[in-house]
Write a protein that binds this ligand. Structure first.
Ligand code: ADP
Ligand code: ZN
Length: 743
């Protein structure tokens, strides 16, 4: 076809801008400008200039529209990614502009890449030889240019030694090429010999990749069965075909070990994507992906990178709650990964030892293929899981480690094996109380107790971050020495363990320790290298890590989380405890896990102790089905929050009333009596004060909308929000479709 002549070239561009609006704005396309859908453009937005993405081009008279200012020189947003953005916005009810903002973080130039200076040997001998200088020259021998800091690090010298060698003429400087997002991984670099089970699963995955069509697959395998090795083969297939692959991980900032493992298999690390990247690295990766970088390992937001030829998405630990984003665009990255795979017509692998009920059910109904690895690699046994019944074997008063667990730890240390004590509670104690007057320390902004952090000598709110000093006197009654720490956190268990075992090398690991990701990575590596005998940690240590010397896991309180009112409480506890137990015995020696509990008859503990996971899934699934909870029904939460309690409650009630399709015969408390909702109805529950009734100074009311699976939940929500009066007085209304968090 010939070039479109100017007369029938589109004159109007609908441009989506990354702000909280749902609809694109229309602009006139100047005659001189050639645009394609997906192009980044500069437009004027009220009084400022902003970037936007061309969502549609059409003919018509654009005479009274503002013109597009310019087309930006950068890779366009691929059509399939635009389709995903539309889909996510429609599903979550988030304004499309907000989803676009999420998807283009990194698209915009964040300053020019600085010119990097490299060093190279000249062949001229230095005037003087010292040991330090010799080390530098040896390190530089490869002949390749190398950065100054890197050279200093490799030679173990200060940069002044290098400067002196430059002055002597022994080293010369030159400009290095800009860094790439990542080197291309090599599918044949180091293929492992797979067991026959693994090989069979790997073959199925590779075939799914090669088929170039939408195919969701649940890869269910016990901890240590080699799921990673198996899905690596699917990545290799995508690479052999010249396509791209995305590996989503729940906590990428902590997965240094994973990146190294990837490099050991493929020769290079994948490109890495998470919220901790510097703006420049972010841009480098974003552009790299648009230009074809082959493999990305990333946190949930990597799902919105501009892949041009995606062949495979892996969602590792698919059951993890961390895949759900709670604020901003409330999307579930696992579910949206399946959506993206459908749009891209590619394979998507959901991997887990304890899949979510949702995914299990999808597999059972045949919507997803189901592959299983039922035993650990190399004939290693799964850890033996036993309960310590705290009713019979309690810990001493004011202590948390029962004598049985103490004895098990002692024996473990005698054998020079590593142990882990798991408690999913940060800090020293979850509650501080005055023994004289009963005063409890509460957050001034939230309905939550302040958690004592003894290392920081502070009382901290885990919801809003409020910090105060722990006072000497009770602030209410003035009594001295009356404050008492109630209950344990990891710091307190560490204190107890240090008293019991003064000679073991002990490490506390929790996400709020100072030093950030860098320190955490270093510490996790030290644990893997058996530089510590005892690790005490929160869920941070439970997930995914490979600690070869670890043979004993002690769960300090297996009952935490069992009774928190969340419909997924049992499932979550089951997953977490199985995960943490699965850290034991991954090396040569067998492992075991001891769970301290008051309720070993609870279905979750019974399942873990008996190993009868199928029964747990069956019973839990049946309960969900009976209660019409996901995946057998659908839920949405609407949260109204504001500084004034009455105003928030009134608005929440107004929303509930607006939701009513038949007010004249409705049975809700807010409407006239008489109407009893049938099973096919969408039901609005509440408003009720949220479990965290106040958060960051705002009072919160929740509505829960429960719908049959086939109902148009989004349509219902849209109508409800449209019918209600606009929120005023600092009130915010947030919608959470498929909520994972019920606080
Ligand atoms: P999972 O992800 O199922 O917990 P991993 O993939 O982490 O299991 O494998 C557990 C351990 O076994 C790892 O140390 C891994 O390197 C090793 N492993 C698994 N399969 C193989 C294999 N085929 N060859 C060599 N090592 C393997
Ligand atoms: Zn708070």
């Amino acid at each position: 076809m010939s070039e479109a002549s100017p007369s029938n070239a589109p004159q109007i561009a609908d441009v989506l801008v990354p702000v909280a609006v749902d609809q694109p704005y229309s602009y006139r396309v100047p005659g001189s400008l050639h645009l394609e859908e997906g192009d980044f453009v500069a437009v004027s937005l009220r009084t400022r200039e902003a970037f936007g993405v061309v969502w549609a081009l059409r003919c018509g008279s654009g005479d009274n529209l503002k013109p597009i200012i310019s087309r930006l020189e950068q890779p366009p947003l691929p059509k399939k990614l635009r389709a995903l953005i539309d889909w996510v916005a429609a599903w979550t009810l988030a304004p499309r502009g907000n989803v676009l903002r999420m998807a283009t973080r990194g698209a915009q130039e964040s300053g020019e890449e600085p010119i990097r200076i490299g060093l190279r040997l000249t062949g001229v001998p230095p005037k003087r030889f010292t040991d330090a200088r010799k080390r530098v020259l040896e390190a530089a021998l490869s002949g390749l240019a190398i950065g100054k800091t890197e050279l200093a690090r490799q030679a173990g010298v200060s940069s002044s030694v290098i400067d002196a060698l430059i002055d002597d003429g022994a080293l010369e400087t030159l400009a290095l090429p800009p860094p790439k997002a990542a080197e291309t991984p090599d599918p044949a670099f180091a293929s492992p010999a797979l067991s026959s089970d693994q090989a069979q699963a790997a073959r199925s995955l590779s075939e799914a990749v090669a088929a170039h069509s939408f195919k969701p697959i649940l890869l269910e395998g016990v901890t240590g069965s080699g799921k990673t090795e198996v899905y690596f083969e699917a990545v290799a297939q995508a690479l052999r075909e010249g396509g791209q692959a995305l590996i989503l991980m729940p906590e990428i900032a902590l997965t240094a070990q994973f990146l190294e493992r990837f490099a050991a298999r493929f020769g290079h690390r994948p490109a890495e994507w998470h919220s901790g990247l510097s703006p420049r690295r972010r841009t480098r990766v974003w552009r790299g992906v648009a230009e074809g970088a082959r493999v990305v390992a990333g946190a949930r937001s990597a799902l919105f990178l501009p892949f041009s030829d995606l062949r495979l998405i892996v969602v590792d630990e698919e059951h993890e709650q961390a895949y759900k984003q709670d604020d901003g665009v409330a999307y579930h990255a696992r579910d949206m990964a399946v959506v993206r795979a459908r749009i891209e017509a590619c394979a998507v692998v959901l991997a887990s030892a304890t899949p979510s009920i949702e995914t299990r059910e999808n597999a059972r109904q045949g919507r997803y293929a189901h592959l299983r690895l039922d035993s650990r690699f190399a004939g290693r046994d799964l850890p033996l899981i036993e309960a310590i019944d705290l009713r019979k074997d309690p810990a001493p008063r004011g202590k948390w480690i029962s004598p049985r667990l103490v004895e098990a730890l002692r024996q473990n240390f005698q054998r020079h094996e590593q142990a882990l004590l798991f408690l999913n509670r940060r800090g020293y104690a979850p509650l501080t109380l005055c023994r004289a007057c009963g005063h409890k320390f509460q957050c001034p902004n939230c309905s939550a107790w302040l958690v004592e952090h003894r290392v920081r000598r502070a009382l901290v709110c885990h919801h809003c971050g409020h910090v105060e000093r722990r006072p000497e006197l009770c602030p209410v009654c003035g009594a001295p020495d009356s404050l008492s720490a109630c209950g344990p956190g990891v710091e307190r268990v560490a204190e107890e363990a240090a008293e019991l075992f003064p000679d073991v090398r002990l490490l506390v690991l929790s996400s709020d320790m100072p030093g950030g990701t860098g320190r955490m990575r270093a510490e996790l590596r030290a644990v893997a290298e058996h530089q510590f005998d005892l690790v005490i940690g929160t869920q941070l240590v439970a997930k995914g890590h490979n600690f070869p010397a670890l043979t004993l896991v002690g769960v300090v309180d297996a009952d935490i989380g069992l009774s928190n009112g969340d419909p997924r409480a049992a499932e979550r506890t089951f997953q977490l405890l199985n995960q943490v137990a699965g850290r034991a015995g991954r090396g040569e020696k067998p492992g075991r896990a001891l769970l301290q509990t008051f309720q070993k008859e609870h279905p979750v503990l019974r399942a873990l102790l008996s190993g009868d996971f199928e029964r747990f899934y069956r019973e839990e699934t049946q309960m969900r089905r009976d209660a019409r909870l996901p995946p057998f029904g659908r839920l949405a939460a609407v949260i109204v929050a504001g500084p004034d309690r009455t105003a928030a409650e009134t608005h929440a009630r107004a929303l509930a009333r607006a939701a009513c399709m038949a007010p004249e015969k409705c049975g809700w408390s807010v409407c006239a009596p008489g109407h009893i909702p049938s099973e096919d109805d969408i039901v609005v529950l509440g408003p009720a004060e949220a479990p965290i009734a106040m958060l960051r100074g705002k009072h919160r009311f929740r509505l829960l909308i429960k719908a049959p699976r086939r109902a148009d939940l989004q349509g219902f929500l849209r109508q409800m929000l449209a019918k209600a009066v606009t929120a005023r007085g600092g009130l915010t209304v947030s919608v959470d479709v498929d909520p994972q968090n019920f606080l």
